[in-house]
Structure formats: C-alpha cells, structure tokens
Design a protein around this ligand. Sequence first.
Ligand code: UDX
Length: 436
Amino acid sequence: MKIAMVGSGYVGLVSGACFADFGHDVVCIDKDQSKIDRLHDGIMPIYEPGLAELVGANVRAGRLTFTTSLAEGIKDADAIFIAVGTPSRRGDGHADLTFVYAVAKEIGENLANDAVVVTKSTVPVGTGDEVERILKDSGTSHKFSVVSNPEFLREGAAIGDFKRPDRIVIGAEDDFGREVMSAVYRPLFLNESPILFTGRRTSELIKYAANAFLATKITFINEMADLCEKVGADVQDVSRGIGMDGRIGAKFLHAGPGYGGSCFPKDTLALLKTAEDYDSPTRIVEAVVKVNDTRKRAMGRKVLDALGGADKARGKKVALLGLTFKPNTDDMRDSPAIAVAQTLTDAGVEVAAFDPEGMELAAPLMPEVTMVEEPYAAIKDADAIAIVTEWDAFRALDLGRVKELAKAPVLVDLRNIYRPDEVRAAGFEYSSIGRN
Ligand code: UDX
C-alpha cells in the first residue's frame, strides 16, 4: 500500500514510521522545510523513545521518505492521512480546524488518483462531513472516501501503542473506505488487534469520549487522594482496592498533581464545546476540567506548606525535579510544573529546576526559574525538594547526599514515587499525595 501522511508532527511521524515498518510505502509531508531537512538528516523534531531508530531503519529500507510538497507526496497514495494539529482555539476552547480544512482543500486540488482520505488528527464530530464537502467542492474527478481513524498514542510509549493497540477504531461510511483501511491495518489485523468499524461521527466521538473518561478517572482518584489526606487513609491502597474490580480496572488510578499534556486538557475542552453546541451538557466533564485546573496551583501551595506556609516562603529556595507533564517526553504542554513554579515564584521563592528532557521547552514558560544541569545541583541549599514528574532518574536519589546538600531535608513527592516510611527513616520531612 502507498500511504501519505500529511503533517509530520508527533502523531504523523510515529504513525508514518510504524506503517513503513509494517512494510507499507510511506511519504511523510510537512510544510516546514527545516523540519523536513532535519528529518532527512535523521534529526527528530520531538523526543520519543525508539523513534529515531525506527525512522532511520525504514528510511534506509527505502520505505519512508519526506517531502514538503503535498502534491508530490499524495501522488499514487491509496490512503492520505491528515495528521496536523488541532489546538484549542484561542478564546473559546473549540478545536481549531484551520489546518485540517486547509489540508483537505489542498488534497482536493491535487488528487491524482482514487484515494481514501483519513482524519487522524483529533477532530470534533462532523469534521469528516466538512472534509468530504471540501473535497467535493474542489471538483476532483477521482473517487474518494473520507474516513475517521483516531489515534490513541501515549507520548513516551507511542510506538508500542501503535504496534500493539488495545483497539483500532475506523469510522467509514462506504465499502471503499472500509476496504482500503482494512488493507492499511492488515498487519495488525493478523496480529489479532481488535478493529472496530463504526460510522464516521461515532468514531470521531469515541476519541473524545475515551480521553474524557480517562481524564475523569484520574481526576476522581485525585479527589479521593485529597479525601485520604483528610481522613487518614492511603490513596495507593484505595486505588488497588477499587482497581482489582474488573469493572473499574487498575489503570489510570495513579493520584498525582493533575493531568497535563497535549491531549486531555485540549480534548476535554473541545468536548465541552461540542456538548454546548448540541445543547447536551456533559456536566461530569465540566467538573473534571475545573477540578484539574485548580489542582495544579494547589500543588504549588502544597510545596509552600512544606516550607512552613506562604508567609514564611519568601527568599527560600525550592528544587523542582521534573518539569514535563509526564516522563519520557520533552512535552511541556499544560504541565502541572508550570503552575507549581508560578505559585512558588509568586510567593517570592527562588526555584532551581532540573528535567532530563524538558528544560529547553520549559525555560521560556517559567522565566524566573533557574535551570540546572543535574538533580543535585538543584537540591544544593534547597529548603525543600519537590518531585513533580516521575522520571526514573528521580526514583533512586542518594538520600544521604540529598540530605547533605539541601539546607533542610524536606521532600514533597507529588508522584508518590517514594515510600513514606523509608524517606522518613532517612531523616526527611516527607509529604506526598493522598498518604498521611
Ligand atoms: C493521552 C492518552 O492516553 C492517549 O490515548 C491519547 O491519544 C493522547 O492522550 P498522553 O497525553 O501522552 O496520552 O499521556 P497519558 O499517559 O495518558 O497521561 C496524561 C496525563 O495524565 C499525564 O499528565 C499523566 O501524568 C496523568 N496521569 C495519567 C495521572 O496523573 N495518573 C494516571 O494514573 C495516569
């Protein structure tokens, strides 16, 4: 099969490289000349474990190429994927579909053969209908079908998620669309990955419903964690105790500083907008968005409490370990660390931070924070150390050395990666999430 991937960002590049690895002939297209130049040189635009190797291997095998020309890239393609960004529109939270529609128009104007056009970008219900209208209006004489095929890739684990998915969702309205998509995913089909065929609008909604549900699950356990702290219970055990119930499931019940990233914050907001437009409120999701937003600053206040309260914090120093919204990514989008850092600097605290991959993108988002080269440089002379992201590098800190370097042995663990008894036995004042 010949596949064109329009948009060589996170989703496009991972999907393109994985499709090539299945044996398909893939062209990744992007308007950004410097991005394409760097990809030709083997330089990835994002940090994702295993991606550079996968891209390199498939380029060398001649199955993966890059171009800035959409017309060139889509020539002879059986399936043309639209994998461009759908950021939150400034002001109202609606998904901004400018890029998706511009690409659809360009595809229509340049279509040189029959093809299936697939929206992989996360798009609100009805976007496929609009893409279909745009293609029709372009006056193309070729047969086409517009299909929805949402991605469920987690940053940091995207290649594994693509190759061993829990399910593949395909929203198609005709046999042409279903047949081409079956051929595209045949390698996974043979692997017995479940493929769910639905209508196009249903498929579009599945993506939002999945992310909103996961965001709800996280927010639920985060509120339980707060309650645990008040009543003297342990949220880790609560998670285990409810997660063993097969109806609930153990995953996404890890309490923390609130969800961030490129998907949950933006997709929950976009779902609220769709619900509003269709006069069908989703009040649970409304509450989730509000609770998660307020939680991030509350985490900053938790660190201030560890310093003895906001009024005593001015002039003190805090070491922030971890800045990205989760480990194994350099992504800072909606990371809780931004609100934590802001709350601290607002209170006059001096903040030194270290993150294994995220400092370059973090620096402009927290101009008052000093970025340092390694964790112990941040810890030196700190009045408190706060773990904000659960990178492996922070799981086995040399507590003896930490105690020596820090001004005070105060550890705030916003990801519960340490055991309270062990850290306290090492002489630390320790606070974490949902554990007394
Ligand atoms: C998510 C979805 O998992 C993926 O299917 C979708 O397509 C894109 O959005 P991603 O944003 O990469 O993926 O990260 P994910 O691992 O889902 O974590 C999202 C946020 O939730 C992170 O901030 C993470 O720290 C937080 N989280 C996750 C928790 O706080 N607790 C958990 O138990 C799980």
